[in-house]
Every structure is written in structure tokens, then in C-alpha cells.
Design a protein. Structure first.
Length: 266
């Protein structure tokens, strides 16, 4: 049975012709799968919002994400796909070309997209593990206390294998995605999700995301969210986040936030 054509959003008018060609080709490939977009994204090891962003022209996908997406749809398709993987990869290369520093090719648009992925700050340019270690070293030299964490990255057990109370603590839906990215060595993809949480989430949602990562054993991921939150330009927002952790009785995270905020302002 041929999948019913999907009704797509109109692409942003300011994306390049090469980016538009890539998105159009990806959409034509996606229509070859009868499954939902969320199901495709899950099998492609990415958040549903990430795939939606790529298919709506919000950002040019990483090569590995594009390959995973194509592989999933190829397995679902009843016949040959309208484009080869090599064609999509070539379109991606052309879409990434930037003519000047002011071009926005490959960067998200400020039009309300949920899955903002590429930061304008320096936060995500270093791996989360290295940043956490650097913060601890500097904080010790300055006399600030920062909790010591484990440097391993375990993947949370399957939901059926966890205690119900433990499963309930994983309140951040992206926790499992971050864990898979880190265990697969896809640190940049994990960085992007952690950056987005730190710089755009509300204080209460950051408390949930950090607590969820800690419950899953992802201490360094939790601290990376805190690092990004502490580097927000809006210092009142930083204070509100710190207050939310204090209200929740998360004194370890309060100490980490304060140390990171002092470093960021120094």
C-alpha cells in the first residue's frame, strides 16, 4: 500500500536554494514510509522534534542523523526510494556552504521552532565532559566547591527493568536520547540537546531535566545543562534557576550553579 502523501509546512522563505532542495528531497524520502514521524525518529535514534526541524527547514541535519533517517525509511519502503543516500549527502554538502558570516545557512530560524539546536554562544563548542572537568579544576583553584562526579556514561535500563519510583523520576523525555548519543560516541548531538535545555528551558523544566539526568546516572550531562544555564546573559534568569533548585532541596545543584555563574561572570 502506497503511503498517503503528507501535508507539509511551507518552508521558510529565507533558506538557500540548496537547503530547500535538501529538505524537499528528504520529504520525498520520508513519504515512502507508512509510519508516523515519531516512530521513524525513534528508530533513527533522534528526537521527534529534531527530525521535524530537519524536515521543516529549521536546520541542516548532521551527516550521521541523515544516514540514520535514510536507513530507517529504506527498510520501511515497498520499493526503491526517489533519491539515493549519496544524493542526499551531496545536497547536504551544498546546503552547508556559507557565502559570508551573516548567512544563516544551517542555523535555526527565530520563528518559534521548538528544536533550536545550534548555539550562538561558546558553550557547546567543547565536549560536556571536558567542560565539567575544567569547571571543577578552576573552581577548586578559586576555592569554590563543586561536586565531584563520575565520568562514565551509563545508558538507563529499559523502562520495565527500573523500579517504578526510579522510572517516574526520569521526567525529561530527552534523557534516553542523550544517554544513547553519549554511549554511541555522538557527543555533539548530546551537546546540542543539553545546550538547548540549559539556555531555553524554564527554571522548573531545568530542575526536571537535571534531576532526570542524575536519576539515570548521567551526572556529567546534568552538569552540562547547569553550565549552559549559568552562562545565560539574563542574570535574573540564572538567579531564578538557582532559586528553583534551592526550593526543590537540590543543594548540590545550587552549589554547582553558583560556582558556574561566578566563573561565567568572571
Amino acid at each position: 500500500m502506497t503511503p498517503k502523501p503528507k501535508k507539509w509546512k511551507e518552508l521558510p522563505s529565507d533558506i538557500s536554494a540548496a537547503h530547500r532542495a535538501l529538505v524537499t528531497a528528504m520529504r520525498e524520502v520520508r513519504e515512502c514510509s507508512p509510519r508516523t514521524q515519531a516512530e521513524i525518529a525513534a528508530d533513527a535514534h533522534q528526537a521527534a522534534t529534531t527530525l521535524s526541524n530537519h524536515l521543516n527547514g529549521g536546520r541542516i541535519p548532521e551527516e550521521t542523523l541523515l544516514q540514520d533517517f535514510y536507513g530507517v525509511v529504506e527498510k520501511d519502503a515497498a520499493g526503491p526510494l526517489p533519491h539515493t543516500l549519496d544524493t542526499l549527502l551531496d545536497l547536504r554538502v551544498h546546503a552547508q556552504k556559507r557565502h559570508c558570516d551573516c548567512c544563516s545557512i544551517g542555523y535555526p530560524h527565530a520563528d518559534g521552532l521548538v528544536d533550536t539546536e545550534v548555539p550562538a554562544s561558546r558553550t557547546v563548542r567543547k565536549p560536556p565532559m571536558a567542560r565539567a572537568l575544567r569547571l571543577r579544576r578552576r573552581s577548586r583553584r578559586r576555592g569554590y566547591w563543586v561536586p565531584q562526579g563520575q565520568m562514565r556514561v551509563p545508558v538507563p535500563p529499559a523502562e520495565g527493568d527500573r523500579h517504578p519510583a526510579e522510572a517516574a523520576e526520569l521526567a525529561w523525555p530527552e534523557t534516553g536520547v542523550v544517554a544513547r548519543y553519549l554511549s554511541d560516541g555522538r557527543s555533539r548531538d548530546a551537546d546540542l540537546l543539553l545546550w538547548r535545555a540549559g539556555v531555553s528551558y524554564s527554571a522548573d523544566d531545568i530542575v526536571k531535566a537535571v534531576g532526570s539526568c542524575r536519576s539515570a546516572g548521567l551526572r556529567d550531562a546534568a552538569e552540562t545543562i547547569l553550565l549552559n544555564a549559568a552562562e545565560r546573559a539574563d542574570r535574573q534568569a540564572v538567579l531564578n534557576i538557582t532559586a528553583a533548585f534551592s526550593k526543590a532541596g537540590r543543594h548540590e545543584d545550587v552549589a554547582f550553579m553558583l560556582a558556574a555563574a561566578i566563573q561565567a561572570s568572571g
